[in-house]
Design a protein around this ligand. Structure first.
Ligand code: UDP
Ligand code: MN
Length: 327
């Protein structure tokens, strides 16, 4: 009697454990499928976000613009509204120091009121690195891309002067401005702001004064401590240039040493940079479209102050990559 009882109990226990195990296995299978479903959904969501990130970026920019307009309208002294918009045009290309350069430039621009940053990547496609950096800066910005054709691309071993740099990108910015603004809209100034230079916020105060084409000295360029327009003390006009390199160029001025009114940029539709221009004469030939030496407006205390430096960042030598870190 006892024996058969024990036998029954054993069987029941076994049956229960089989039930339990089956249920457990079913539960695990169900849970896994739910998780898999979730992963699938996340994947879909990710793809959707990837597809729409361009639109998201545009919406964020539109919101920022609206906020700026609102705060301009709201400000009592109308301080903001009196500042002309400075369109800062920055070509940039992928390299180890790119994020560091763009961080420096964007954080300078955060200190400048009424700036509109136009960033043009030298690439087939816009990158997330630049997209995120712009978006985190909260600057009013336009993100574009234009790839330098391979035959014009600076090779690693080439000396820097051998090729034109930033041509495609600056032209893309000019095209964008001309497509998006009507001539005679007033109050706008265009400044070519390379990603590796160093800018005092004082230079933007000078840029605000530009009527047509303003000029000022640039430090650490042209083989001198600074390149500077020479001013006639009598007339206050530019008579020549102090430069260690071809001072007789029609305009011996670095890209960082001038700014042009948006109206003028829109008026002279044909003006752009070109690979046909002689090396080192981009600035000079470009400025020739807009102005004459006599018409230049000397700024930065009659061209006696240096508020921008043509600094260059050394190419770092690295011996390895730490995975998972965006530099
Ligand atoms: N640049 C670029 N693609 C290149 C090389 C340069 O878009 O292949 C950009 C660079 O990021 C910078 C500008 O063009 O904003 C001028 O380049 P760089 O500073 O090398 O010229 P340099 O100071 O020697 O005149
Ligand atoms: Mn440079």
């Amino acid at each position: 009697m006892d024996l058969s009882n024990n036998y029954d109990k054993g069987m029941r226990l076994k049956r229960y454990s089989v039930y339990f195990l089956t249920l457990f296995v079913l539960f695990v299978i169900w849970k896994l499928s739910v998780i898999e479903d979730g992963v699938d959904k996340l994947q879909l969501l990710r793809e959707a976000l990837e597809l729409h990130k361009e639109k998201l970026q545009l919406s964020q920019q539109q919101l920022l613009l609206l906020e700026h307009l609102e705060s301009n309208r709201g400000s009592n002294n109308n301080d903001h509204a009196n500042h002309p918009v400075i369109y800062a045009v920055t070509p940039t290309y992928a390299r180890l120091v790119q994020k560091a350069e763009l961080t420096r430039i964007s954080q300078t621009l955060m200190l400048v009121p009424n700036v509109h940053w136009i960033v043009i990547e030298d690439s087939e496609k816009k990158t997330d690195l630049v997209r995120n950096l712009i978006s985190e800066s909260k600057l009013v910005a336009t993100h574009l891309n234009a790839k330098t054709p391979p035959f014009e691309q600076l090779k690693d071993k080439d000396p820097r002067w051998k090729r034109h740099r930033g041509v495609e990108q600056r032209n893309m910015a000019l095209k964008w401005l001309r497509e998006n603004f009507q001539p005679k809209r007033g109050k706008g100034i265009v400044y070519f702001m390379d990603d590796d230079n160093t800018y005092s916020i004082k230079v933007f105060k000078e840029i605000e004064k530009v009527k047509k084409v303003g000029v000022w000295p640039v430090g650490l360029v042209g083989g001198l401590n600074a390149e500077a327009p020479i001013i006639d003390p009598e007339t206050g006009k530019v008579t020549g240039y102090k430069s260690g390199w071809k001072p007789n160029r029609p305009f011996a001025i670095d890209m960082a040493g001038f700014a042009i009114s948006l109206d003028l940029i829109l008026e002279k539709q044909e003006a752009q940079f070109s690979y046909m221009m002689e090396k080192g004469l981009q600035e000079s030939e470009f400025l020739s479209y807009f102005t004459t030496k006599e018409e230049l407006e000397p700024l930065a205390d009659n061209c006696t102050k240096v508020y921008v430096w043509h600094t260059r960042t050394e190419k770092p030598t690295i011996t390895g990559i730490v995975p998972g870190l965006e530099v």
